[in-house]
Design a binder for this molecule. Structure first.
Ligand code: PEP
Ligand code: MG
Length: 325
């Protein structure tokens, strides 16, 4: 099996009818880059920055963050590294940002909400990310966006960080691509509005499923209700891809769903441009991708969207996978 995966590493992530889907990695540490490359990853689709802030006293300063981000950017160059700004709160451990106990942490002061509440802490991170962009191909994106004001405010602070760096004569990437996570149902519903503000979307299915179905992603008693193939989820994914493409921006996915080879025909048929997953999942997903025809996948999705429950979609998908994918 490993042998087969090694061979796959250098083959293009392309369907039998010549359609490419970029397969990238989710990483937390620069040390993971060799494994990601070894599995054929074409970049980092999600770099989670939480680790830098957790299990410590105080907050990482600009220089410490810059060194961490630049290390990843350099190791991956010329391929892109997509850096997500701090996404603490919810099921992620608290940090020295002094989060108070909240009744509903998943719906609390977390992710971009926390960053916008602490603009100086946020700007320090933005400066470090912008500077890392001078050392490799870096893209930036914001987690848990629920409305357009959050995107606009975050972008305004990013512009402020750029002006500061320019004035100080510090090198950075002036033209860095900016994206947002789509992981809150309101962002799905206004995806057409949000698409006008950014260069790419990245769907976080872990949270999007949690919030769409009101199923705590960490509650084992509800695991059976956590359904990636729920018609509400499939319709949401379709809306997001359509809104992205109508605006001429890329539709990416970095939630766990992207790394499940059995969902590949669905994600291909929906039209996702990039899928980001743990590095070791890439060969399995690529194998399914290389055997699939995009035209078949589009038909599969059209049919899948006619079913009324996850179980029906699941049954249909299983029969199609054995027949055609
Ligand atoms: C997601 O929500 O799908 C995601 C990729 O982000 P995280 O798992 O870090 O919340
Ligand atoms: Mg998330």
């Amino acid at each position: 099996l490993e042998q087969e995966f090694l061979k796959l590493r250098d083959l293009p992530p392309e369907t039998t009818d010549g359609h490419r889907v970029c397969l990238m990695g989710n990483v937390e540490f620069a040390e993971e880059i060799p494994t990601l490359k070894g599995h054929g990853g074409e970049g980092v689709g999600l770099y989670r920055t939480e680790m830098l802030y957790m299990n410590r006293r105080g907050l990482p300063d600009e220089e410490e963050q810059y060194l961490a981000y630049a290390a990843i950017a350099e190791k991956m160059a010329p391929l892109p590294v997509t850096i997500r700004t701090l996404d603490v709160g919810g099921d992620k451990l608290a940090t020295d940002l002094h989060l108070e106990d909240e009744m509903n942490p998943a719906m609390g002061l977390r992710a971009i909400r926390l960053s916008l509440r602490k603009p100086e802490v946020f700007k320090t991170q933005l400066r470090a990310i912008l500077r890392a962009g001078a050392r490799g191909k870096v893209r930036i994106f914001f987690p848990m966006i629920s409305g357009v004001e959050e995107v606009r405010t975050a972008k305004a602070i990013l512009e402020e960080a750029k002006r500061e760096l320019s004035a100080e004569g510090i090198p950075f990437d002036e033209a860095m691509e900016v994206g947002i996570m789509i992981e809150v149902p309101s962002a799905v519903v206004i995806a057409d509005i949000l698409a006008l503000e950014v260069d790419f979307f990245s769907v976080g299915t872990n949270d999007l499923i949690q919030y769409s179905l009101a199923i705590d992603r960490t509650n084992e008693h509800l695991a059976h209700l956590y359904q990636p193939l729920h018609p509400a989820v499939l319709r949401s994914l379709r809306m997001v891809v359509e809104a992205a493409h109508a605006a001429g921006i890329r539709a990416c996915m970095c939630g766990e769903m992207a790394g499940e080879a059995r969902y590949l025909p669905i994600l291909l048929g929906l039209g996702f441009d990039e899928l980001s997953m743990t590095g070791v999942s890439i060969p399995r997903v690529k194998k399914v991708l290389r055997r699939a025809a995009r035209a078949d996948a589009e038909l599969l999705v059209a049919k899948a969207l006619t079913f009324s429950s996850a179980a029906e979609v699941e049954a249909y998908l299983s029969s199609e996978i054995s027949a055609r994918f």
